[in-house]
Design a protein around this ligand. Sequence first.
Ligand code: ARG
Length: 423
Amino acid sequence: MRARLMTAALLMSSVPAAAETVAISAARMFDVASGKTTDRPLVIAVDGRITAVGRQGELSIPADARLIDLGNHTILPGLIDMHVHLTSDPTLSGLQRLRYPGSFWTAIGTAMAKKTVDAGFTTVRNVGSGDYGDIGLKKAIERGSIPGPRIVPATYAIGATGGHCDSNALPAEYTRDRPGIADGPDAIRQKVRELHKYGAEVIKFCATGGVLSLGTSIGAQQFSQAEMNVLVEEAHMLGMKVAAHAHGNDGIKAAIRAGVDTVEHASLADAETIEMARKAGTWFSMDIYNDDYILAEGEKNGLAPENLAKEKEVGLKQRQTFQAAWKAGVKMVFGTDAGVYPHGDNARQFAKMVEWGMTPADAIRAATTKAAEALGREADVGQIAVGRYADIIAVAGDPTQDVNLLRDIKAVVKGGMIVKDTR
Ligand code: ARG
C-alpha cells in the first residue's frame, strides 16, 4: 500500500477538511484492552474518529479513503500523560524563572506541545499553568494553528496561601498577583467556579507541601478537610474531575476522604492510606521517573538546596510506595510531571514503572485505557476502537517485550492526520 500522506505542513494550514476518510494499516497492532497483538490490522476513520477496526483483506477500504500505511511497525493507541505542565521548562528552575513574563511561558508552551505530541502523547492533562496558558495552547492546537496534543486543562492550580501552589520566593512588597490562591470554603468554591468559567476542565489543587516549592514541608497537609470537601463538591457539581497534589500521608488521606479522582505523587502513602485509596477507587498518578532527573540536573537548573534536600527525602520512598500500591490493587495511571524534566521524554517513565512492579502491558494501559477511564474520556481517547479518535502511534517492534521502544516513536497519527513520520 503506497501512502498519500497528509503532512505536518498541511496540518498547520487549516482545520481538517470535512468528511475525510482514512485507512490506516501496519504490520501489527497491540490491543491494550485485550492485551493481544494482532497481525495486519486495518483501521478506518472518518473525520478523525474510528469507524471500523479489523484486518487487512477482511475489512474493506472505502473507495475515497486516504491511505496511511505504517509499514512494518506495531501500532497502539496514542499515549496519555495525566500530569504535565506544558508551560514549564526544567532548565529554567528556581529563582531565575522570576525574570520571565507570563507571555514567555505560554510562548515556549507551543514548542513543548510539539515535543509532547511528537513523543506519541496525543492527550495530556495539564495540571497547572499561569495566565490561562493551557487554554490558549488548547485553542491554538484545536484550530490547527500549531501542532500539539489534546489538552485537558486545569488552568491555575488552586492552593492555600504560602502552600505548594503559591509562589513563595519574594517578600511581601514584591508579591501581587496570585490568581490560584484561595483560603476558606467560600473563596475556594468561588475559585473553582472562576477557573471553570475561563476554561478549566479539571481542577488541580495542592493538598500538601511539595519538593519544588520554597518553604513548604512535603509531609504537611495544606487545606483543611472542610476546604477540600467544598473544592471537590463544587468541581464535581460542575462536571469536572479533581487532581490533588499530595506527598504527605495525612494530606493524601484527607484528599481521598474529600473524594478526589486522582492523587498526584502519593509519595508517602502508608499501608492504611493505600487501602483507603483502593477501597474508594481513587487513582494514583505517580511521577516516579522525576527523581533521576532532579537529582542529576536540578542543581545546574537552578533549584535551591531546600528543593534538592526534599527530593532526596522523597524519591526512593515514592518508588517503594508505587510498588506497594500497585501490589495492593490501587488503580494507577501514567502521570509524569513533564516540565519538571524535559518535555518529550515522557516515555522514560515506562521503564521505571516496569522496574517497580508493572508489566509493560500494565504500564501501557496506565497511559491509555486506564488514563481515559480516569479522565472520564472512554468515549474518545485511549484505545483503537470504534467511536474514538484515530490517535495512533507506531513503534518498531513489540513494546510489551521492550517498553523502551516507546521512547522512539516512529509515527504519530492524531485524529486521522499524520503529525510525525520519521520512518
Ligand atoms: N512537582 C512535584 C513537587 O514539587 C515534583 C516532585 C518530584 N519528585 C518526585 N520524586 N516525584 O512536589
